[in-house]
Design a protein around this ligand. Structure first.
Ligand SMILES: Cc1ncc(COP(=O)(O)O)c(C=O)c1O
Length: 416
């Protein structure tokens, strides 16, 4: 059989939606400055999908540094992979500043979070080692596991009793193989908004010998007294052996980092293939990250404002009877049960008739009969934005409950 014909015939779950107008539900194009009011299909939308928790994307000081760095260095410098020709004083400086902020001895910058995590997992384990991971882990963790040729065991999300069982199994195996155990979880889970139960996980270190890797993409900048993340929030930062976060959320940029003891970070510096064989972060991202980190550290009012908006939004939605699942963070999932056409029709109504844009999350990201509309508040949203959104969601819920969106077909949006 022809390979491409086979692929086209057996669509991936998400590919099945490609026949619906592509840039409306999937691959939508939001235009204009990153702000709560952006343009979609020529209309202004109150937007809740900004990847900009602290509102730094358009902070005037950030924009100035980003532009000046691009002007001074262009986008090519430094030239290659970090190890070869891609290092600079500023890369080193940023690593030291991040290490200081997250209270770790050392930090390694990563050019992208996804590749970084995948490749760190690959670098940490061999066939003798066992990985034990949370079932709701992000794709970068799951894809890292796929590269692991040793055993791996999953525990249901935050189920510490089950984690303990998996650690017993893992310990038996590693006693035979002479390997070690890596436990992987997240700080804030980006879909549900729940926190990893790090406090109870680290308690298991008294009974078992394992190292803990935490992906805190959504917790860095949003959680903890200083914004240093969920380790700080739960008082266990020193028990996290490798702390990872990306610049793609609170820092509103590109790039990522991992922090830990100097020796293991040095090992990773020489062993993480996604960094050894790929170009480093260009200067604009490094200098831009330094400015963002400075603002994140010195302006706690950004995080306070984020939480003011998040709390008002979540309290208001709960008061209207919405199910927000188990969120403990600004991530605000609004959960419905229903099929994909129903979800798409509701998302269409919210956009076209009420001017609100939020992400719709469907299978396979969430289970088959679950629809999630995901709102991500930021420090630059206002309480008026929150009020408007709650009113719209209340109106839409009424329609949903009375069956307005129940049709087999997804409304076809005409192309432009
Ligand atoms: C939990 C989590 N880990 C890792 C990543 C990947 O980071 P990046 O966008 O820097 O590749 C993301 C998404 O950005 C994420 O949500």
């Amino acid at each position: 059989m022809d390979l491409f014909k086979k692929l086209i015939a057996e669509e991936e779950p998400l590919g099945q939606h490609a026949n619906v107008r592509e840039d409306y539900y999937m691959f939508p194009k939001l235009e204009g400055e990153i702000s709560p009011r952006m343009t979609f299909e020529g209309k202004e939308m109150l937007t809740w999908s900004l990847n900009n928790y602290l509102g730094l994307a358009n902070h005037p000081e950030v924009r100035k540094v980003d532009a000046a760095a691009a002007e001074q260095y262009g986008l090519a410098y430094p030239m290659g992979a970090r190890m070869m020709s891609g290092n600079s004083v500023h890369h080193k400086e940023l690593e030291a500043q991040l290490a200081d902020f997250i209270s770790k001895e050392s930090v390694l910058l990563l050019n992208y979070g996804y590749q970084g995590v995948l490749s760190i997992i690959d670098a940490l384990v061999d066939r003798r080692d066992v990985i034990v991971y949370d079932a709701e882990s992000h794709a970068c963790i799951i894809d890292g596991l796929r590269m692991h040729i040793g055993k791996r065991f999953v525990f249901p999300h935050n189920n510490i009793e089950n984690l303990e069982k998996q650690l017993i199994r893992a310990t038996k195996i590693t006693e035979e193989t002479g390997g070690g155990i890596l436990v992987i979880t997240e700080g804030v889970f980006g879909m549900s908004g729940s926190m990893g139960n790090l406090k109870d996980i680290v308690k298991l270190k008294d009974k078992f010998n394992f190292r803990l890797f935490v992906d805190d993409a959504h917790g860095f900048g949003t959680m903890g007294k200083t914004g240093a993340g969920v380790g700080e929030e739960q008082g266990v930062q020193d028990q996290i052996d490798l702390y990872f976060s990306t610049f793609a959320k609170s820092m509103a940029s590109i790039g990522a980092f991992v922090g830990g003891d100097s020796q293991i970070i040095k090992y990773l510096r020489y062993s993480t293939r996604s960094q050894i064989f790929a170009k480093t972060l260009p200067m604009a991202f490094v200098l831009g990250a330094q400015k963002r980190l400075e603002l994140l550290k010195n302006h706690p009012e950004l995080k306070d404002n984020l939480w003011k908006i998040a709390t008002a939004l979540q309290d208001g939605l709960r008061a209207e009877g919405f199910n927000l699942g188990s969120t403990q963070s600004p991530v605000t999932p609004v959960l419905f049960s229903g099929g994909i056409p129903e979800a798409a029709n509701m998302a269409w109504d919210i956009r076209e008739n009420y001017g609100i844009f939020c992400s719709m999350v469907i299978y396979p990201v969430v289970p088959k009969d679950v629809i999630m509309l995901r709102l991500i508040p930021t420090a630059v949203h206002t309480l008026d934005d929150v009020k408007e959104t709650i009113e719209v969601f209340a109106a839409v819920k009424h329609k949903l409950d009375s069956g307005t969106y129940k049709r087999e077909e997804i409304i076809q949006v005409s192309g432009k």
